[in-house]
Design a protein around this ligand. Structure first.
Ligand code: FEO
Ligand code: CA
Ligand code: CA
Ligand code: CA
Length: 657
C-alpha cells in the first residue's frame, strides 16, 4: 500500500494535464548550454552512454582542472544514508524547538498520544510541519525575537492514532475513522503562529504569547480578490460565496515585506469525495484530480462531498494570506493569485517595488507561475499593503528551446481566454488557471515545487522534483530527461534584471541523481562527493550571503541509497553545480521548511512524517503508531514519532558556514 506521503503525490488524477501543448517531439536535447557540456550533461545521449560525467569533462579537453575551486561552503558534510536519528554537519547543534502536540495557544493541554481530542489538538502544534517563515518582531533585535509561522500540510493516521493502521485509500475504506478522529485530523492541519525568543543563545517558544495561534481546516477564511462572491463560490453554508471554513494541505509558502504569511493549498483534491461523473463541472474537477478521496472527512462534513456541495472544491486551491501580528485577524484566500496545487509563494521586489510572487503548481506536467501586484509596496505604510495581493496579473511560463522564456498573462479576453472557451470573466480564468494555461501553451514541467529568487543575484530557481511519467517523445529543453526520477533545477534570469519583465533567459543548474551512474545523466560537478549529490529536490532557502540550500522529498534507500535531508549547492563561478550534504533526516521523513534568521546564525528546519515506512521496501511491515520506522525525536517507547521544527546553530556561535 502507498504511504501517506506517496499517496498525496499519486493522488493526481485521470490524465492530469491532458492538454495537447506542444512538447519538443523526440528531440532529446534541443538545447544544452556550454555549462551543461562541461558538466557532462550529454552523458545521457547514446554517444556517451557509458562514459561517466567525470570522464566526459576530461575527454572534452576543455576543463582539465589542476586545482579544485575554493569551496563556498565550509562545513564538513554528513554521510548520506539511513538511520533512526538525524545527523548534522560536525560542529553544529540541533535543538528541537517544537513537536507535534506541544502546546501553542494559552492554556493548551500537554500532549497525551493515547488520549487525543480535537479540542486539545486545536490548541497544540499540528502535524507534518512544512513551510517555516520567520518574521522579526518590530522594534526588537531581528536576530533574537520574532514570530515563527509554520504550515501543517497533512496527517498520517497510521502514525498518529493507536490501533488504527493505514486506512485503505484505494477503496476509500475508512472503516477505522470516527468523527472524533476526523476532527483531530482537521485540527492538525493548517498552520501555527509561534512567538519565539533567543534566551542564552537558544531559541524558545514564548509561552502564552498573545500572538500564539492555530489555523485549522475549520478556521473561517475570507475569500478576497476577483473571485470573491462569484456564483461558482457559493454554497449552502455560504450563499454569498465570501467565507470558507478552513485551509488544507498547506505545503510551502512565503512571507511578505509587510510582515504577513502566505500559506499555500497544494493537494486539496485529496480531501474531496463523491461522484464526479454527475457533477456539473466534471471536466474542470478532473483537471485538478477531484475527488481523490484520500481522507474520510466527507463522511462527517458535507462540504467535502462534491454531491452535497458541488462548489466547495472551487473554494480550495488558493494562496492564503495571514497577518500574524494582528491576533484574531481573519485570514484571506487571495484569489487573484490563481487556483491550482500551490507549492509555495516566495516573493521579491520588481524594479518599481511591485511585489512579485513566484509559484509552482506541483503536478506532473503542470506549470510555473508568477503573480505581479498592480501597485508597489508602500514601505512607509503597512496598512496600505494589507490587500495588495488582491490586484495584479498572474502569468504562466513558457520555456523555449533556445534558452529564452516568456511570462504569459492570464487575462480574461486575451487570446484564447474568452467566453468561447468557457471563460466568462476573470473569475473563471483564475478558478480554472490550469485550463487557461493549457490554452496559452505553457510549458509542461516535471512537477514544479519551490520557485524562489536569490535577492543577491536576481536569479530565480525553479525546483522540479521528478516526473517518472515523462516519455522519451515528451522531453523538451527545460525537461530534458525521460523517466525523470531524480528531478532537476532550472535557473531563470529575468530580462533587464527586473522581476516584472515578461521575458527571461533560462538554463539548467543541475540534473539530480547519482553522477556515478552514467545512464542517470546527473550533472553535479566532479568535486561533489558520494554524499554530496541528491535526488528529488523540493524546497529551497537562500541565506543572507545569497547561497542556495536544497531540501529533498522522496529519497530512500531503495531509490538513492539515502534518506532525505538538506544539501548546499554552489551556483556561481567554477564551483557551480558542486553540492554538499549538511543535514540528514531520520527514517521515513522528508525535509521541509529551510529558513535562515537574518543574521544567518540559525537555520530552522522542518522534519515531516518521520517514521513512515520506506516506500520502496515491499517486505517491510507497514509503519504504524505501534511500530513506526523510528520514534524520533523523543525515542521513548510510549511516544510515537513526532514531526518537529529544529533550530540549527553553530557550536560557540557564528554564521552557518
Ligand atoms: Fe507538498 Fe509539492 O510538496
Ligand atoms: Ca510533503
Ligand atoms: Ca513540498
Ligand atoms: Ca514534494
Amino acid at each position: 500500500m502507498l504511504t501517506r506521503s506517496q499517496q498525496a503525490e499519486e493522488a493526481e488524477n485521470t490524465g492530469s494535464n491532458a492538454s495537447s501543448n506542444l512538447t519538443m517531439g523526440d528531440v532529446i536535447a534541443a538545447r544544452f548550454s556550454r555549462r551543461d557540456w562541461l558538466r557532462g550533461a550529454l552523458a545521457v545521449s547514446a554517444i556517451t552512454a557509458t562514459v561517466s560525467p567525470v570522464a566526459l569533462v576530461t575527454a572534452s579537453g576543455v576543463q582539465a582542472q589542476t586545482a579544485l575551486p575554493k569551496p563556498v561552503f565550509d562545513f564538513k558534510e554528513v554521510t548520506a544514508g539511513a538511520g533512526a536519528d538525524h545527523a548534522v554537519a560536525e560542529g553544529y547543534d540541533v535543538d528541537v524547538l517544537i513537536r507535534w502536540g506541544d502546546p501553542v495557544t494559552p492554556g493548551a493541554p500537554a500532549f497525551d498520544p493515547l488520549r487525543q481530542t480535537a479540542a486539545a489538538q486545536r490548541q497544540q502544534f499540528g502535524y507534518n510541519n512544512d513551510y517555516i517563515g520567520f518574521l522579526p518582531m518590530p522594534g526588537a533585535d531581528a536576530a533574537s525575537h520574532g514570530l515563527l509561522v509554520v504550515n501543517h500540510e497533512y496527517t498520517n493516521e497510521e502514525l498518529m492514532f493507536p490501533g488504527l493502521g493505514r486506512q485503505d485509500v484505494k477503496t476509500a475504506n475508512f472503516a477505522g475513522m470516527t468523527r472524533e478522529l476526523v476532527d483531530i485530523e482537521m485540527a492538525a492541519h493548517g498552520g501555527s503562529v509561534l512567538e519565539i525568543r533567543k534566551v542564552a543563545g537558544k531559541w524558545q517558544v514564548v509561552p502564552d504569547s498573545k500572538y500564539a495561534r492555530r489555523i485549522t481546516a475549520e478556521t473561517p477564511i475570507d475569500l478576497s480578490g476577483p473571485v470573491a462572491g462569484h456564483p461558482r463560490m457559493r454554497t449552502k453554508a455560504d450563499p454569498q460565496g465570501r467565507q470558507v471554513l478552513g485551509t488544507v494541505n498547506n505545503c510551502a509558502g512565503g512571507v511578505t515585506p509587510w510582515g504577513t504569511w502566505l500559506t499555500c493549498e497544494e493537494n486539496f483534491n485529496n480531501y474531496f469525495m463523491g461522484d464526479v461523473a454527475s457533477h456539473p463541472e466534471a471536466d474542470k474537477l478532473k483537471r485538478l484530480g477531484i475527488p481523490a478521496s484520500g481522507y474520510a472527512w466527507a463522511q462527517f462534513h458535507d462540504g467535502f462531498d462534491i454531491a452535497k456541495e458541488p462548489n466547495e472544491p472551487n473554494r480550495f486551491g488558493w494562496v492564503v494570506e495571514i497577518d500574524p501580528f494582528t491576533p484574531g485577524s481573519t485570514p484571506r484566500k487571495r484569489t487573484a493569485m490563481g487556483r491550482f496545487k500551490h507549492e509555495g509563494a516566495a516573493g521579491i521586489f520588481a524594479a518599481d517595488r511591485r511585489w512579485v510572487v513566484y509559484q509552482g503548481d506541483d503536478e506532473r506536467f503542470d506549470y510555473v507561475y508568477k503573480f505581479v501586484t498592480a501597485r508597489p509596496v508602500d514601505t512607509a505604510n503597512r496598512e496600505a499593503n494589507l490587500n495588495l495581493l488582491d490586484e495584479g496579473v498572474l502569468h504562466v511560463a513558457r520555456f523555449d528551446a533556445d534558452g529564452a522564456g516568456r511570462w504569459m498573462p492570464l487575462r480574461h479576453g486575451d487570446g484564447p481566454l474568452t467566453e468561447a472557451n468557457g471563460f466568462a470573466s476573470q473569475a473563471d480564468v483564475l478558478i480554472d488557471a490550469r485550463r487557461a494555461s493549457d490554452l496559452l501553451g505553457a510549458t509542461k514541467m516535471d512537477r514544479p515545487e519551490d520557485v524562489e529568487a536569490n535577492p543577491k543575484t536576481g536569479k530565480v530557481y525553479v525546483i522540479l522534483t521528478n516526473n517518472g511519467r515523462r516519455k522519451a517523445d515528451q522531453v523538451d529543453a527545460a525537461n530534458p530527461r525521460a523517466d525523470n526520477r531524480f528531478g532537476h533545477i532550472v535557473e531563470l534570469t529575468p530580462d533587464g534584471g527586473d522581476h516584472a519583465a515578461t521575458t527571461f533567459r533560462w538554463e539548467i543548474l543541475v540534473r539530480c541523481g547519482d553522477p556515478s551512474v552514467a545512464a542517470v545523466g546527473a550533472t553535479f560537478t566532479a568535486q561533489t562527493t558520494k554524499d554530496g549529490w541528491f535526488g528529488m529536490p523540493d524546497n529551497l532557502a537562500v541565506d543572507g550571503q545569497g547561497r542556495i540550500w536544497i531540501a529533498t522529498d522522496g529519497n530512500s534507500i531503495g531509490k538513492t541509497g539515502r534518506n532525505d535531508g538538506l544539501w548546499a549547492i554552489e551556483t556561481e563561478g567554477a564551483g557551480r553545480g558542486t553540492s554538499k550534504h549538511f543535514f540528514r533526516c531520520p527514517a521515513g521523513a522528508e525535509m521541509c521548511g529551510p529558513y535562515f534568521t537574518p543574521d544567518d546564525q540559525t537555520l530552522f528546519l522542518a522534519v515531516q512524517h518521520p517514521g513512515e515506512a520506506d516506500e520502496d521496501d515491499t517486505t517491510a511491515p507497514p509503519a504504524t503508531f505501534e511500530a513506526p520506522a523510528t520514534r524520533w525525536p523523543d525515542f521513548q517507547p510510549s511516544m510515537p514519532p513526532r514531526p518537529s521544527v529544529l533550530a540549527i546553530s553553530r557550536k560557540g556561535g557564528g554564521k552557518i558556514a
